[in-house]
Design a protein around this ligand. Structure first.
Ligand code: AMP
Ligand code: GLY
Length: 427
């Protein structure tokens, strides 16, 4: 079969790499792809940036199955367009993708279906939003309603920060239409985990759990980013918590989407806050796999991922069991100078480690020039991902690979996996 992967990040490189290893797959097209997918065996980059272009590409190339990486094409209706043309695709319709594309939709949906999440209110009027913050006090969280590429959330430790965020989003228009409406919600404490399932209507298979690190700097300091590293599994999700997440978050969400006439298919990602007493709060839903979570998760997938994706596209998930490598995996993101505010592009990259079965470098912001030189072309440049006998081994292997890579101004965290490693090392 011929497969198309839509997107250009390290998540999509991991999809393409895994799909290309399936005996069922003859070719993987990646659109638009990056410098890593350009060199990945069995993969070919094809330009594309809009739904109509991807549809024409799939029809022209005779693509049998399409997997969508990022949220924007989903919110723009790529799944609706492919399905209308009779093409198999993994992902939610634009209506179902509102679980991610509108925070207000997601919060109201969770309230309607009794899914645990922080109390909230939604505002378009700055005066009313300021009054709400005054009434609630800090810490409090201000979120742009729409898609803002990870920049739409301000966790305000003081009322002043919350007021400033409201002014920037509602009055200052800092995020454009995405921030023309804001959700303000209660601050939840605990440890975060990413809980991702693949679903079709009420059929559901949980993928391996994971945890990412959103802050730029060690010790979870500095600005929020798209993610500086991730590992799988996340020990904070004990078997008991796993069951509770399925029963109180995932199944009610899928049932609710069916009941509301917008059944969900594809990857459903619940960002969770797990409090010390084990209680669960949903921070957000995403309608796609996480990035960087996909990189360690797919390193651990031991079954045929193309077969799993086919079942997801055709609604036969009850006929397949996911198969996991028991070894943990950990991915370290190398980011460009200036990330996240204004990443610098065009720096030459050298020192990439050899990819092996236990180590793979998944590219994101890279391009491969005609001179065969790899250069930075975006904020998150690559995720160096490794499997290990223990999480510590996986971390050591990933960091050994990462520290050999050289480009001007490279930024990386040195403490990916610290929560789980502390427990693991008993410190
Ligand atoms: P989101 O995009 O909604 O997941 O928010 C981005 C990050 O902000 C999350 O990964 C959390 O670290 C933090 N965050 C979001 N909502 C809350 C909340 N209600 N309480 C505490 N932290 C939050
Ligand atoms: N790593 C967070 C996300 O993909 O949304």
């Amino acid at each position: 079969m011929k497969v198309l992967v839509i997107g250009s990040g390290a998540r999509e490189h991991a999809f393409a790499w895994k799909l290309a290893r399936s005996p069922q797959v003859q070719a993987v097209l990646v659109s638009p792809g990056n410098g890593g997918t350009a060199r990945e065996s069995g993969c070919r980059n094809v330009p594309g940036a809009r739904v109509a272009e991807w549809l024409a590409l799939a029809q022209h190339e005779g693509v049998d199955l399409t997997v969508v990486g990022p949220e924007n094409p989903l919110a723009e209706g790529v799944v609706d367009a492919f399905r209308a043309a009779g093409l198999a695709i993994v992902g939610p319709t634009a209506a179902a993708a509102q679980l991610e594309s509108s925070k207000d939709f997601a919060k109201a949906f969770m309230m309607r279906h009794g899914i645990p999440t922080a109390a909230y209110a939604t505002f378009t009027d700055a005066v009313a939003a300021h009054a709400y913050v005054e009434a609630q006090g800090a810490p409090i969280v201000v979120k742009a309603d729409g898609l803002a590429a990870g920049k739409g959330v301000v966790v305000a430790m003081t009322a002043g920060e919350a007021h400033a965020a409201i002014d920037a989003m509602l009055a200052g228009n800092s995020l454009g239409s995405a921030g023309a409406r804001v959700v303000i919600e209660g601050f939840l404490r605990g440890e975060e985990a990413s809980f991702i399932v693949v679903a079709h209507g009420e059929q559901v298979l949980a993928l391996a759990t994971s945890q990412d690190h959103k802050r730029l700097k060690d010790g979870d300091q500095g600005p929020n980013t798209g993610g500086m590293g991730a590992y799988s599994p996340a020990p904070v999700v004990t078997p008991e918590i796993h069951q509770r997440v399925m029963d109180t978050v995932i199944r009610p969400a899928l049932r609710g989407m069916v009941a509301e006439g917008t059944p969900f298919s594809g990857f459903l990602y619940a960002g969770l806050m797990i409090a010390p007493d084990g209680s669960i709060g949903v921070l957000e839903f995403n309608c796609r796999m996480g990035d960087p979570e996909t990189q360690p998760i797919l390193m651990r997938y031991a079954g045929d991922f193309a077969v799993l994706m086919q079942h997801a596209a055709t609604g036969t998930l009850d006929q397949v069991e996911p198969d996991w490598d028991p070894r943990p995996a950990l991915g370290v993101v190398l980011a460009a100078a200036g990330y996240p505010e204004s990443p610098r592009k065009g720096d030459a990259i050298t020192g990439l480690p050899q990819d092996t079965g236990d180590l793979h470098v998944f590219h994101a912001g890279t391009t491969l020039g005609d001179d065969d030189v790899l250069r930075t072309s975006g904020g998150r440049v690559m995720t160096v991902t490794a499997l290990g006998g223990t999480l510590r081994d996986a971390a050591d292997r990933a960091y050994r690979g990462a520290t050999g890579i050289v480009f001007d101004g490279v930024q990386l965290r040195t403490d990916i996996g610290h929560c789980a490693l502390r427990q693991h090392d008993g410190t």
